[in-house]
Write a protein that binds this ligand. Structure first.
Ligand SMILES: Nc1ncnc2c1ncn2[C@@H]1O[C@H](COP(=O)(O)OP(=O)(O)OP(=O)(O)O)[C@@H](O)[C@H]1O
Ligand SMILES: [Mg+2]
Length: 510
């Protein structure tokens, strides 16, 4: 069997960390090879060797019959490798067609002047767009299309570059159920054309849906490669994690409802831009309240309105029965409402902060009188607290002095969650808290949320992952088109909340 690429004994050392230790991997034409492993296992590090970003410390890459000790970005392109990062790299200001030809726009000479051959690139782009099923004009500006379409543009770009190897690093983390389905159909087509795909995801369900083979990494070491047809997904979990995974993190909703007072209420909240309308709900002490719905249904928009990040046109908010006015996010934090936002990579952390500084940011903000960093700073206390949070979430790092920006994707998120856990608030709003987080850490985060609830906090969790809502939330509110379309209790006695009942409330049936 001729491999598209073979990687042998790849080792990658960063100062203080061995990110990969003698890992081997190969890819066949027309297959989807899944890379699996916990946060920090080395998945991104391995694929970045193929795009020419990482220069391996040791190892051999065999591609097209040639042996390389490392690939430069140019080697990578010449060997028809395309990588689609989670933070997509399309240029918003350019059209779809221009994005396909960035850096190699064809020009024609008219009266001695070089003019971009727009007709040609539009025709070519249309061909690739049709192949993938992008129903837009090639002239459409990329800023006017959805995230899932942007990703499709990235795939079209790979096709335009005649890619034989396409790497997808957590491609579905921002996609809805339907968009994920569309991506899988595109992947099927790519496979038929003999393209090999390296696919990284923390959604275990996807292994059976798209995978042909799966390779597991653990702490930078190679564990095993298996045919997907021969395995059960549950068998893979022990290969990835050393810890036990709990199936349920539910509280006792009947007891909570009977005994615990309402801590936090929202009444008839409507956002100025209308993205969330007429929203009312209560959260009790000790309760985890889930928010389900399709992507774009208005859940995050509603939370931003509550938290003071976006203007509301009407609505009241009550904390411990007293009406409060939240002018802005700083104000919310001061009142005891904490929010872990969804888009953590963009808005989540400071590029030039060490882990400990990052974790102390919110606490300092809360302590300070002004909305700045003017509070008295005690480095020693802050470091101690950072140590606590890092340990609690099992964050993989060389120490609290490491820069957050150098952590793996999932571990960056743990740092950000840690900084919100470090502030002592009564109400916690988590928006997609486990996006990009591995199966072991997910379970730990649910445990922490349940622990906080048991300590008397009220917890709100927005999530697009049904299994997570069903294993963690005591009640689930469903959103549809900016409004609440269902409220379901989640326990065996009532059996109200199931994947089916949630889905039915989330999509319009008429
Ligand atoms: N530029 C860098 N400098 C220092 N350490 C790094 C750098 N890039 C990665 N690492 C370290 O290498 C290890 C592997 O990281 P990698 O990003 O490959 O993990 P991953 O498997 O992709 O995890 P995730 O699922 O969280 O994205 C981590 O411990 C990380 O901190
Ligand atoms: Mg990664």
């Amino acid at each position: 069997m001729e491999y598209l690429v073979e990687m042998k004994n790849m080792t990658m050392k960063f100062p203080g960390v061995v990110a990969l230790d003698k890992v081997s991997f190969n890819l066949k034409p027309g297959e989807v090879h899944i890379l699996l492993g916990e946060n920090g296992a080395g998945k991104s590090t391995l694929v970045k060797m193929l795009s020419g970003i990482n220069k391996p410390t040791e190892g051999e890459i065999i591609i097209g019959g040639k042996s390389y000790s490392h690939l430069t970005p140019k080697d990578s392109v010449e060997n028809k490798i395309a990588i689609i990062y989670q933070e997509l790299s399309v240029v918003n200001e350019l059209s779809i067609a221009e994005n396909l030809y960035v850096g190699k726009l064809p020009y024609k000479k008219i009266a001695g002047m070089k003019i971009m051959n727009r007709k040609y690139i539009n025709e070519q782009a249309k061909k690739y767009m049709d192949e993938i099923g992008i129903k837009r004009s090639p002239n459409t500006l990329v800023q006017d299309i959805s995230i899932s379409e942007k990703q499709q543009v990235e795939i079209a770009k790979a096709l335009a570059a005649d890619a034989k190897i396409i790497i997808m690093d957590e491609p579905t983390s921002s996609l809805s159920i339907e968009e994920t389905e569309e991506l899988f159909q595109i992947i099927e087509k790519l496979k038929k054309n003999g393209i090999g795909i390296i696919y990284i995801s923390h959604k275990l369900k996807e292994i059976k849906q798209v995978g042909d083979r799966v390779t597991v990494l653990k702490d930078g070491a190679y564990v095993e490669t298996r045919d997907v047809a021969d395995i059960e997904v549950d068998d893979l979990i022990p290969m990835m994690v050393g810890r036990k995974i709990k199936a349920s993190h539910l509280g006792n909703e009947a007891e909570i409802e009977k005994n615990n007072e309402v801590i936090f209420s929202v009444k008839n909240l409507t956002r100025k831009d209308g993205t969330a309308r007429n929203i009312s709900f209560d959260v009790r002490k000790g309760e985890i309240l889930g928010f389900a719905g399709l992507i774009g249904a208005g859940r995050s928009e509603c939370m931003e309105g509550i938290f003071g990040a976006k203007p509301i046109s009407s609505g009241e908010i009550f904390l411990h029965g007293k009406p409060i006015k939240i002018k802005d996010t700083y104000h919310a934090l001061k009142k005891g409402i904490a929010m872990v936002t969804e888009n953590r990579r963009e808005t989540g952390f400071f590029q030039n902060f060490e882990i400990w500084r990052e974790i102390s940011v919110t606490m300092n903000l809360k302590k300070s009188r002004l909305a700045g960093f003017s509070g008295l700073v005690h480095d020693k206390d802050e470091k101690k607290m950072a140590e606590e949070q890092v340990g609690r979430l099992n964050t993989k790092c060389s120490g609290i002095n490491q820069m957050t920006v150098n952590l793996s994707g999932g571990n960056q998120q743990k740092v950000i969650i840690g900084k919100w856990l470090a502030v002592n608030s009564d109400v916690f709003i988590f928006d997609e808290p486990t996006k990009g987080i591995d199966v072991g850490a997910k379970s730990e985060i649910y445990d922490i949320m349940r622990g906080m609830a048991d300590d008397g906090k009220a917890i709100v969790m927005v999530s697009s992952e049904m299994p997570e809502l069903l294993s963690t939330c005591d009640r689930i509110i469903v959103f549809r088109n900016g409004e609440i379309s269902g409220v379901l209790t989640n326990n065996e006695a009532t059996g109200e909340a199931t994947e089916e009942t949630i889905m039915r409330a989330a999509v319009a049936v008429d």
